[in-house]
Design a protein around this ligand. Structure first.
Ligand SMILES: Nc1ncnc2c1ncn2[C@@H]1O[C@H](COP(=O)(O)OP(=O)(O)OP(=O)(O)O)[C@@H](O)[C@H]1O
Length: 220
């Protein structure tokens, strides 16, 4: 479960202070899959960065699965981040590593003494079994994003945050990727929060929330 209370966060641009959130409060139920819409500049990426602990709020509380991450120090945040999966628009794969090495890279850093028990199952479900020895630039955009999903889910995270994961894909591939992502998160009971500009992708989610004027509202 995600609980955000009275969150305030501003950006400083030279002399100017831009208040992105000024008293934002909302809850996301455990296992819920939420899609986040909003105009460009409304604060969607900023909100994901706050939920992942990459940014810290200036005031207010963020509690994720019982952990009050808004009061965590850098070391505590580093441990917390091992429990979340991040998926990016530009995939952020390492060009010089194979697909297999890309998927395993973060896992080995996080859990050096553990075997990645989900590896075979995940790569098969994502249709990557015959691509494991290729380099990222030998894959299509949709395939690269499936590598990004495998990497994010391998850690068995409690929460996955995806920032416009289909922003570089055509409509057919976008639907394929989101169908896979939502179904894998559902069977693994993972909370998913995904940012998108595409209305067509909202039907795969339990709830559609819209960010506007620093507030998050449910869209009916
Ligand atoms: N590094 C930064 N420094 C200063 N201001 C920033 C920075 N990053 C974002 N902003 C500002 O914060 C506000 C929220 O930006 P954010 O990237 O969260 O919006 P967004 O809803 O994700 O936009 P988009 O849909 O275009 O990706 C915007 O006004 C933006 O200009």
């Amino acid at each position: 479960m995600i609980s955000v209370t009275d969150l305030c966060f501003h950006r400083q641009d030279g002399e100017q202070v831009h208040q992105v959130f000024d008293g934002l409060s909302f809850e996301i139920k455990s296992q819920e899959q939420v899609v986040l819409l909003g105009d460009s500049g409304s604060g969607k990426t900023t909100l994901l960065n706050l939920l992942s602990g990459l940014l810290s709020p200036h005031s207010g509380q963020i509690v994720i699965n019982g952990e009050q991450i808004s009061s965590y120090n850098a070391l505590q945040l580093a441990y917390y981040r091992r429990k979340i999966g991040l998926i990016f628009q530009r995939y952020q794969l390492l060009d010089c590593l194979s697909v297999k090495q890309n998927i395993l890279f973060q896992y080995k850093l996080n859990f050096p003494r553990q075997r990645p028990i989900e590896f075979e199952c995940l790569t098969e479900q994502l249709g990557l079994t015959d691509k494991l020895h290729k380099l990222p630039n030998q894959l299509s955009g949709g395939e690269q994003q499936r590598v990004g999903i495998a990497r994010a889910l391998l850690n068995q995270p409690q929460l996955v945050l995806a920032d416009e994961p289909t922003g570089n894909l055509d409509q057919a591939r976008s639907q394929q990727v989101v169908e896979l992502l939502t179904s894998l998160c559902k069977t693994r009971r993972i909370n998913l929060v995904m940012v998108t500009h595409s209305q067509q992708l909202t039907r795969y989610f339990d709830s559609v929330k819209v960010l506007a004027n620093g507030q998050l509202n449910e869209r009916n």
